[in-house]
Design a protein around this ligand. Structure first.
Ligand code: GAP
Length: 512
């Protein structure tokens, strides 16, 4: 299936199966704002829990907090967001459409990358079993040419943005002859900076109301609480503070479904370290976070690192973990070496000391910070889009199956009475009453059992448990596995252990 078609299928499947709805749909929706439905909310919660377990529960030197969305407005002055949290925008004079200048250039590069993929596919076909992808990519003249072009363009873009040379960003767009994706027009305005923070007001009367921002990242709630947590938790460096929560950005290029939203959720961790050790911790967290992703079994080839040319105002090193979404490799998680920038800024703007006394060195210092920051909604999209498959079966029929990692699936098992009589529904309900203490389980009695299997496959449910007339005799049921469609006859009393083995967080996280 073409990538565009696959992505459209992901969006419609997410709606049809109660995962994600457009926000306020009855009023024609609100652009780049989405609601998580009954299954989506469960999947999102399971991803959040999987992250929290790995980051907080499994590390005795990382604790979790839940800071408020509203923060004192000086926070954002100190963090640099008021002055520097901008996107470079460009308008098309003919279509009157507004674009992110850097995204136009990146999309141009993505098209060249598609050409590389086509070359690889062609060669794969030609050489068959003997094909060595890595060797091909590093030696084929045409591929190397394409790659060099991408590198040159992205390097220049990075440098121009770094130097705030917006005239050169426009020049680059013109030199590459990039056209408005909707109309093909190349009639561009100059590139301008646009601040992404949403403003609001606190207070009842217009005169005394205080201007506030909706937080554009959760990280600052951690920085301002650094000393409180360190002291009350008696934390010793190196230690981390984690949190998950909503963040808001007035994104201009808000497309690609839940990939880029105006209201989204982040899972962030700030790791406070001794100055000078940041390189070592940067590598540690790069490796650890990639292992977390790989533990979910979504395919090593679907991930890559992308080191930043243009560093954010607070960073001395940064990399993205990119994932292969249906529209290509894009940022899923950021790992940033944030130096002591944030703590120093908050010290200066608040007038309060934010230092750590190191008993071993008998010295005070401002810790450096290593940050891991992942978008929960982006992770949701990665998991969901990677799981959706149209699988051709041996008999030539096609089944739509959502092969979610079982640990994350919203419903772990569906219990199906073969018929709606003879006491089978009652047994099914007893099984549910027992299993629901440990797992989310569903009851499904409508339609023929084959159709019910298909419905649960498309819903991502890892197990179907069928109660039939033999159950009345011997207390056994059929358990069917979503991915293999294999069926086993098992005792009702063994169900809990069979399911637990496949969905238990410990089993999955131990793969890290
Ligand atoms: N505290 C650092 C920070 O916020 P970022 O790279 O701007 O860094 C971190 O964001 C992660 O948050 C990204 O890797 C992405 O997964 C997610 N994210 C950022 N903007 C987003 C948006 N508009 N919609 C959905 N997720 C977003």
């Amino acid at each position: 299936m073409a990538n565009d078609d696959q992505f459209k299928k992901v969006i419609s499947h997410a709606k049809e199966y109660g995962y994600v709805f457009q926000s306020s749909e009855i009023y024609d929706g609100l652009s780049a704002v989405y609601d998580y439905a009954q299954n989506g909310a469960e999947l999102k919660k399971n991803i959040r829990d999987y992250w929290w377990k790995a980051m907080v529960q499994m590390n005795d030197n990382i604790v979790g907090i839940d800071a408020a969305i509203f923060m004192h407005p000086t926070t954002w002055k100190a963090s640099g967001h008021v002055d520097a949290f901008n996107d470079p925008l460009i308008d098309n004079k003919d279509s009157k459409k507004r674009y992110r200048a850097d995204v136009l250039v990146e999309d141009y590069c993505a098209k060249i990358e598609n050409k590389i993929e086509k070359e690889v596919k062609k060669a794969e076909k030609r050489f068959g079993e003997a094909f060595n992808k890595e060797e091909f990519i590093s030696t084929n003249g045409r591929v190397l040419g394409y790659q060099e072009k991408i590198d040159t363009i992205l390097k220049r873009l990075g440098q121009s943005l770094e130097k705030e040379d917006l005239a050169d960003v426009k020049a680059l767009i013109e030199e590459l002859e990039i056209a408005d994706p909707l109309t093909g027009s190349r009639n561009w305005t100059d590139v301008k900076q646009f601040n992404l923070m949403f403003g609001t007001k606190l207070g009842a009367s217009a005169d005394s109301a205080m201007d506030l921002y909706l937080r554009p990242e959760t990280a600052q709630g951690i920085f301002v609480n650094f000393l409180n947590v360190q002291k009350t938790g008696r934390m010793k460096i190196p230690f981390g503070i984690a949190q998950t929560g909503k963040a808001f950005r007035n994104e201009i290029v808000a497309r690609q479904f839940i990939f880029r939203m105006r209201e989204f959720e982040q899972m962030e961790m700030q790791f406070f370290i001794k100055p000078g050790t940041q390189k070592e911790w940067f590598n540690h967290w790069k490796e650890t976070r990639l292992k977390w992703h790989l533990s979910l079994g979504m395919g090593q080839d679907n991930y890559r690192f992308h080191d930043h040319e243009k560093l954010a105002h607070y960073a001395d090193a940064a990399t993205d973990i990119e994932f292969k979404f249906p529209f290509g490799f894009k940022e899923l998680e950021g790992i940033h070496s944030r130096t002591d920038f944030d703590l120093k800024q908050h010290e200066e703007f608040s007038g309060k000391k934010l230092q750590y006394f190191d008993h071993e060195d008998n010295a005070n210092y401002t810790p450096y910070v290593l940050e891991t920051s992942i978008g929960l909604d982006r992770m949701f999209l990665a998991v969901f889009s990677n799981a959706l498959e149209d699988e051709t079966l041996d008999d030539g029929s096609v089944r739509t199956v959502l092969k979610l990692p079982a640990v994350l699936a919203p419903t772990k098992a569906a219990v199906l009475p073969l018929v709606k009589k003879d006491g089978l529904p009652e047994i099914a309900k007893t099984i549910i009453d027992d299993l629901k203490w440990d797992f989310n389980v569903a009851y499904d009695e409508k339609d023929a059992v084959g159709r019910r299997y298909r419905r649960q496959d498309a819903n991502g449910t890892p197990f179907c448990i069928t109660v039939d007339h033999d159950t009345l005799e011997d207390n056994t049921v059929t358990i069917r596995h979503r991915d293999t469609m294999e069926q086993q006859r098992v005792k009702i009393e063994d169900l809990r252990d069979i399911i637990k083995k496949e969905v238990d967080v410990k089993e999955w996280l131990q793969k890290m």
